[in-house]
Design a protein around this ligand. Structure first.
Ligand code: BYC
Length: 472
């Protein structure tokens, strides 16, 4: 039996019988999915120090407790409504926002919500083996925090599907548990969510770059005229921040340790010989996850994006900071490749909305990479990490099928084949990383050799706190 105690919420769940019935039907399937596809080996005999959102105010979503993962209280929260909120962009600019789904936009909205929803369980599936390769109890706890919150984000989208899309919504909610990351017959919708996340460098790069796509997409959905979608995604953004913290500080700690090992080993030594992760391997993983996450923003020229904008379904990140919210005539200068050469052409800005969001995303990523480079600087190591050009390694949009090096120079197919091992992780790199992670570190306060400890613990606990307890 579902209760407000079990499902913390601010949507008056207990008085919404229809939603209760729908969730009562869906919840057991979700729990079965969590057992089958969630963190492997950490379901029954471990208690994890996690944060559970119990309300939307700052105290309410910073509630920490030890829980067994399947007993986590996945809640349903919408950010507080903004009084007299109006449509902020597109052809319907200035009219009141919608509390129900307009019939003419039903399919488009459903598609956006399903695409968003699909990424959440996908990421849990991708990360399900990492607990058995973890560098410390602190990191193990952070992994599970990210996992339970992605689970909650799935609940958030399922809440919208059940509440506003009737029978179709219920069917879609079931299918969200049926597709599986990497499954040949029933894959997840977006490509990056079918890639394996085998090791912790993948995980930290994923939470840095792919979760940041989550941030940019959620920011643009939070502008939506469908008020419940806007409010749901606004609250999700508060949780997304921690995921990016895990990614950014995870890579920073690896870099820190790499620098120390380089210093100890004499700078010319190969850091792999002393069990560290060398900077070229870090750069290759950065290239991989950044380019996959660029693809997640869709094609450069997209009539879908134009229509989402015109209809007020999906805006730009921080729409209020733009002057022109109708964007009827404005154009965007886009770099096309014609006969192997770059040619700049104007396209209608509405058709380039994916690119506008990608610009925001690239700026946000680049600030993060600058912060990483400060670590190299402090250790007086002259190399720098860098974002590859946005044409590099693309599989979606107008650069797909062409080849570019990380500087964005066109390269022929044979050169790409010959040199891609310089730019992207190879099976040899993966095997090396897996060998480093073969022995998980479960001892309090201990860290694997390839990563530095964090500056501080979680929720003011010490670094050697027992963040994950094993039951006898
Ligand atoms: N992979 O017009 P186009 C997150 C398809 S991450 C495969 O260019 P559109 C999270 C597209 O579906 C954020 N297929 O694209 C992070 C279309 O198919 P059809 C997730 C792709 O529609 C970490 C065709 O290509 N949220 O939250 O403008 C952990 C032409 O498409 C891909 C969202 O994505 C791809 N990468 O934009 C956990 C927000 N890209 O129509 C969670 C909702 C495109 O030919 N989604 N295609 O069959 C959207 O806003 C849009 O669907 C997209 C694509 C931005 C993804």
């Amino acid at each position: 039996m579902i209760s407000a105690e079990k499902i913390p919420n601010n949507v008056e769940l207990s008085s919404n019988k229809r939603l209760m019935r729908a969730l009562e039907h869906w919840q057991p399937k979700y729990l079965q999915w969590w057992r089958d596809m969630g963190p492997q080996g950490f379901q029954d005999y471990h208690q994890v120090y996690v944060r559970t959102a119990t309300s939307v105010d700052p105290e309410g979503w910073a509630h920490f407790e030890f829980v067994r993962l399947p007993e986590y209280r996945w809640g349903i929260f919408l950010a507080e409504p903004r009084p007299d909120r109006r449509i902020g962009f597109g052809d319907l600019f200035g009219r009141p926002v919608w509390q129900e789904v307009p019939g003419e936009f039903r399919n488009q909205l459903r598609r956006l919500i399903v695409t968003q929803g699909d990424t959440e369980p996908a990421s849990v599936e991708q990360q399900r083996w990492l607990g058995q390769r973890c560098p410390s109890l602190y990191d193990l706890r952070n992994l599970f925090q990210v996992n339970v919150e992605e689970g909650r984000h799935l609940w958030a989208m399922v809440y919208l599907l059940h509440s506003y899309f009737g029978r179709d919504g219920r069917d879609e909610a079931e299918e969200l548990l049926e597709r599986q990351s990497g499954n040949r017959d029933k894959p997840r919708i977006l490509a990056a969510f079918n890639q394996p996340i085998e090791n912790w460098l993948d995980f930290f790069m994923f939470t840095m770059f792919t979760d940041r796509d989550g941030k940019s997409q959620l920011m643009s959905l939070s502008e939506s005229s469908l008020d419940p979608l806007s409010r749901t995604t606004r609250f999700m953004l508060t949780e997304e921040a921690h995921h990016m913290f895990v990614g950014e500080t995870g890579v920073a700690r690896i870099l820190e340790r790499t620098c120390e090992l380089m210093r100890e080993a004499g700078f010319s030594e190969d850091v792999r010989r002393v069990g560290g992760i060398d900077i070229p391997t870090i750069q290759k993983h950065l290239n991989q996850w950044f380019s996959l996450s660029l693809d997640l923003h869709g094609g450069e020229v997209s009539s879908n994006a134009a229509s989402y904008f015109a209809n007020g379904l999906k805006g730009r990140a921080k729409e209020e900071t733009f002057d022109d919210h109708l964007v009827k005539e404005a154009v965007y200068h886009l770099e096309f490749i014609e006969d192997g050469r770059p040619v700049t052409r104007d396209v209608l800005m509405r058709n380039a909305m994916n690119e506008v969001l990608r610009d925001w995303y690239v700026g946000d990523c680049s600030a993060g990479v600058e912060r990483w480079n400060r670590i190299l600087e402090q250790h007086e190591i002259p190399v720098r990490l860098r974002l590859p050009d946005r044409k590099f390694n693309r599989h979606i949009g107008m650069y797909a099928g062409l080849h570019f090096d990380p500087e964005g120079r066109p390269v022929a197919a044979d050169e790409w084949e010959r040199r891609k091992s310089e730019w992207l992780p190879t099976p040899g790199d993966s095997a090396y990383l897996l060998s480093l992670m073969a022995q998980p570190v479960y001892e309090r306060g201990k860290f694997a050799n390839y990563i530095a400890p964090p500056r501080r613990g979680i929720n003011q606990q010490p670094i050697d706190f027992e963040y994950v307890r094993t039951e006898a």
